[in-house]
Design a protein around this ligand. Structure first.
Ligand code: BTN
Length: 328
């Protein structure tokens, strides 16, 4: 949203009743048709603005949508989320963000959608994305690091999400499930899908896609045993703009520190403290094999440290971890 639209929105938000078109023209030094153009733009962003001839404009209510004007007041970081591309419906925010990144969009640009028709999960899965209740967004990063370090970002953003949840939903105890899930009471609340374009020594860009079930009341039957939402766990609605901003605020700080470090060692105590799989027996599904063992921790490179039954230790860098039934 451009600056004048933003100021007009702020003006309408602070007004107790209608603000006339003439007042807006005068205060912002713009023409009547420019005022109308900004109102149209604000409506396009999801704002419901009533216009009554002879009275002017009135902001009916905050939309609760994760649009720039509603996220911005919560942002305390400098770069992430300063430019948000909002879509009511998108195929996949990751796909749109990759194309924006290819066109040169700066680091910190966010693509957010209120629903996705082709939401993508890890391992080629679909991310079910019903409208108006959840968060689906993708952040563009341009880390000046070798591409081998990029997978660490998945855990790093999981920490940011975890910290944001701890800020905003004190009553819950979220856990980090290697490599990319946030789990509450044993069910998945949030997933991360990182995609990158790179050469071995050079990362062109990374798109960090985050899907979080926020105010979803009903989980599809086939997922009820494994997935949940913040609403179902906390019994109350959460603000999507505030959550998105809190994730950006935490992630920018962690990311800036990570760029100065060689690995995740600086945040490992936090990760291990909230690691769902710590000391658990797991099976790891990889594309062509399945590994089993007991998790002994997370390594500084972000790999899962697994001890197999014969006592050997392995570092697992990718795959899907499942808790085995024989955990105590
Ligand atoms: C997973 O756990 O499998 C990762 C899910 C990631 C879903 C998000 S929703 C926003 C972004 N756009 C996508 O198509 N996927 C990610």
């Amino acid at each position: 949203m451009n600056t004048i639209s933003h100021h007009i929105l702020d003006r309408l938000r602070r007004a107790e009743s209608f603000v006339s078109g003439e007042t807006l023209c005068h205060e912002f030094g713009i023409t009547r048709s420019a005022v109308w153009k900004h109102i149209r733009l604000l409506r396009h962003e999801g704002y419901e603005i009533q216009a009554i001839s002879g009275r002017g404009y009135h902001l009916e209510a905050m939309t609760g949508r994760p649009v720039q004007a509603e996220v911005q007041p919560w942002l305390t970081c400098q770069r992430f989320g300063q430019k948000i591309h909002y879509h009511t419906v998108a195929t996949s925010t990751n796909v749109l963000a990759k194309s924006l990144a290819g066109e040169g969009a700066p680091e910190g640009t966010v693509v957010v959608a209120d629903s996705q028709s082709g939401g993508r999960g890890r391992m080629g899965r679909t991310w079910i994305s019903p409208p108006d209740v959840n968060l689906y967004f993708s952040l563009i990063l341009r880390p000046a690091v070798p591409s081998i370090r990029v997978p660490q970002l998945t855990l790093l953003v999981a920490v940011a999400i975890h910290q944001a949840l701890r800020d905003l939903t004190l009553e819950l105890t979220p856990m980090i499930k290697w490599p990319n899930d946030i789990v509450v009471n044993g069910k998945k609340l949030c997933g991360v899908l990182c995609e990158m374009q790179s050469e071995p020594d050079l990362t062109h860009f990374v798109v960090v896609g985050i899907g979080m079930n926020v105010n979803q009341r009903e989980i599809p039957l086939e997922l009820q045993q494994i997935a949940t939402s913040l609403l179902l766990e906390s019994g109350r609605e959460s603000s999507r703009p505030a959550l998105l901003a809190a994730i950006m605020n935490h992630f920018e700080r962690l990311y800036d520190q990570w760029l100065l470090e060689d690995d995740l060692a600086f945040i490992l105590p936090y990760i291990n403290n909230y690691a769902l799989l710590q000391s658990k027996k797991v099976s790891i599904d990889q594309r062509n094999q399945q590994l089993t063992g007991t998790v002994i921790g997370i390594a500084r490179g972000g790999e899962l440290q697994l001890q197999s039954e014969d006592g050997t230790t392995m570092l697992i860098s990718s795959g899907e971890a499942n808790l085995r039934k024989d955990n105590g």
